[in-house]
Design a protein around this ligand. Structure first.
Ligand code: DMJ
Length: 658
């Protein structure tokens, strides 16, 4: 049977056999030829000839239309296939990146930065709000603190075991991006947290302590393979960076390994300390950094293990740092050459920062107690006594700089609890605790400073009324808060635990919430280095982050405070917040070939932009505080027996007899 249909289009389709040219070129002739026509010939050659003949019979317009339609269908097909679009986007970006900078990893999806900064200035529609809320980690409007199912760290650890060696860092990042996608997909499927649902099930199918140990092992794997004995791992380029040339990460991590019961790793590191570590080196080190990380790390490891190897090394480095105090004012220089025994300020100034000169006391005081050599303690006590009496404070708040010649504060009128002043406040309280709560000048300075904070720096954000600590510059308030300030909730809670007013604990809880929001309100669920809080009525969000402040250096302060708050309140939400943060570190900063990297952009979950550096404090502090937060054992470094230095190295509270 042959059937010819005519439609009002200039289009002809012939299925087989009979070639019926369209009677008019402005009609579509659809010719259906069935078996019953008796002329069915399906040989290949016949089909080719017949098609070609039909094609030749078409008018030019008809042929063009057919070609155009086929081309259109092809383009639509390609455009709607996600794997193909992904591929093309990737290629475009790789091509651009290779032109820009040959060492940048593949970006899977790049939107212009500004595009994302342009958050709506007008209120969003409810559906838009929902969409954005779904993208946020944690509680938009302080509600949804439930974490999603799908433990990325588990996936990655499993993967690592059977993992093929990756060819280069670029592949490593691709690998991470794939893991992120998989985790996201998994997370989207189940919204109810596996670990603790509302009402607090005490069943914990995910072993959080083990997850921290896994994270440590992963960080250590990178350090061991690519940076053994060096200061810092550069995990993306599988290399290392030197700062002092003293194995900084290894020393900073010693007591963490002991606490996490990673015996094999600890023994390897100890062997390196006993056979390789030498301080007899012509090298300039920063007094503060080497005191809190190296001296502090060695002292605490000595206390935990009882091994005098660490005490001997502590004494060696402590003694080599002492020339820093040979200044006209007795306020120490920032830098010391530990080989030559000389010290000097930075090249551009004779100032030291106040935090640096007032946050070395716990360590030197402990060194004196252990060695019975009073010189260490005498040097650092003198600094505290001088600072105690100095002019230039405002309600107990200290400026950020102090001159090593005159012994006076400089850059007067600027007050912060962030960079350059932070641990001054922390060490006032901790020295008082370390010394058995007898040194009342320290306590007075601490209490007065807290009054100064309340009076000058404490404000509430809009719209959610988060309590935050801003800064003061010549009487002008700035709603800027460094992530570093997040040590404060923990310190306040510690003070309250040691008998200071209960209102300190209340303030600690409020600030803890704020510090958590600095993570939860970011697209990666990781805090930026600095935030600015909104204070005007009608603000859409509480937190603004400037382009230059979007990095995350794997810092510990919020996790540290979560640990204190959990220890003292036993409120499990602090653990859940910490767990959320740990998972986001795993999601966005874990490098599959080993190690974790600091990142440039906490607002871009598609491309957080790795900085290729694992800071020693990630192992020394961040992972240690995670472990202590998840541990059920209050006797594991009891806060009635130990005080942690500002690098998370526990030192004993002195027995009251002393
Ligand atoms: C650490 O070295 C210490 O915690 C210090 O007090 C502040 N900076 C880093 C961590 O952020």
């Amino acid at each position: 049977m042959t059937e010819t249909k005519h439609c009002a289009y200039d289009f002809t389709v012939g299925w087989a056999g009979d070639m019926n040219p369209p009677s008019r070129t402005d009609f579509v002739s659809l010719t259906l030829t069935g078996q019953g026509s008796g002329i069915y010939n399906n040989s290949k050659q016949w089909r080719r000839q017949s098609c070609w003949r039909k094609w030749k019979l078409l008018s030019r317009l008809q042929r063009n239309l057919i070609l155009f339609t086929v081309a259109l269908m092809l383009v639509c097909g390609i455009a709607t296939n996600p794997s193909v679009t992904e591929h093309f986007r990737g290629l475009a970006v790789v091509a651009k990146e290779e032109g820009d900078h040959a060492l940048k990893p593949v970006i899977h999806e790049v939107q212009p930065e500004l595009d994302k900064l342009n958050r709506p200035l007008v209120p969003e529609s409810p559906s838009e709000k929902q969409k954005r809320a779904a993208h946020k980690r944690g509680p938009p409007g302080l509600q949804n603190r439930l974490q999603k199912k799908g433990n990325v760290s588990d996936t990655q650890v499993e993967k690592e075991e059977g993992e093929k060696p990756l060819v280069n860092w670029r592949v490593a990042m691709i690998d991470q991006a794939t893991e992120r996608r998989t985790a996201k997909e998994a997370a989207n499927k189940v919204d109810v947290p596996e670990v603790e649902q509302e009402g607090h099930s005490h069943k914990e199918p995910v072993d959080r302590l083990e997850a921290v140990r896994d994270a440590f092992r992963h960080a250590w794997k990178g350090y061991k393979e690519f940076a053994w004995g060096k200061d810092e791992l550069r995990p993306m380029s599988k290399s290392y960076g030197e700062w002092f040339g003293l194995g900084l990460t290894l020393i900073d991590a010693l007591d963490t390994m002991w606490i996490l019961n990673l015996k094999k790793e600890f023994e390897e590191a100890k062997t390196w300390v006993s056979t390789e570590l030498s301080f007899d080196k012509d090298v300039d080190v920063n007094l503060f950094e080497s005191t809190i990380r190296i001296l502090g790390g060695l002292l605490s490891t000595y206390h935990l293990t009882g091994d005098t190897l660490f005490l001997d090394k502590a004494k060696d480095i402590g003694t080599r740092l002492m020339p820093a105090f040979n200044t006209p004012s007795k306020i120490p220089y920032s830098d010391v050459n530990i080989g030559k025994g000389t010290a000097h300020p930075p090249r551009w100034t004779s100032d030291s920062t106040v935090a640096e000169v007032t946050s070395i006391q716990l360590e030197f005081r402990e060194l004196s107690r252990l060695t019975q050599d009073t010189r260490y303690q005498a040097a650092v006590d003198e600094v505290m006594q001088k600072v105690h009496k100095l002019e230039g404070k405002q309600d107990g708040l200290v400026p950020m700089f102090i001159n090593t010649n005159s012994g006076q504060f400089t850059h007067l009128g600027m007050f912060t609890l962030g960079a350059r002043a932070d641990s001054y406040y922390e060490y006032l309280l901790k020295q008082w605790i370390q010394g058995g709560k007898k040194e009342t000048a320290l306590l007075e300075d601490y209490l007065q400073a807290l009054e100064g904070v309340k009076k000058n720096l404490l404000k509430k954000s809009s719209p959610n009324r988060l309590t935050f600590v801003g800064e003061l510059s010549h009487g002008r308030f700035s709603p800027k808060m460094d992530h570093l300030v997040c040590f404060l909730p923990g310190t306040l809670a510690l003070g309250a635990h040691h008998g200071l007013p209960a209102e300190h604990m209340e303030l600690a809880k409020q600030l803890m919430e704020t510090c958590f929001q600095m993570y939860a309100q970011m697209e990666t669920g990781l805090s930026p280095e600095i935030v600015h809080f909104n204070m005007h009525e009608g603000s859409i969000g509480d937190v603004d982050v400037k382009l230059a402040d979007r990095h995350n250096l794997l810092r510990p302060e919020t996790v540290e405070s979560l640990f204190y708050l959990y220890r003292f309140t036993k409120d499990r939400k602090y653990r859940d917040w910490g767990w959320e943060i740990l998972q986001n570190f795993n999601k966005y900063t874990k490098v599959s070939t080993g190690g974790y990297t600091s990142i440039n952009n906490v607002r871009d979950p598609e491309y957080p932009s790795p900085r290729d550096k694992m800071e020693s404090f990630f192992l020394g502090e961040t992972l240690k505080y995670f472990y202590l937060l998840f541990s059920d054992d209050p006797e594991l470094l009891s806060l009635d027996k130990y005080v942690f230095n500002t690098e998370a190295h526990p030192l004993p509270i002195w027995p009251t007899a002393q």
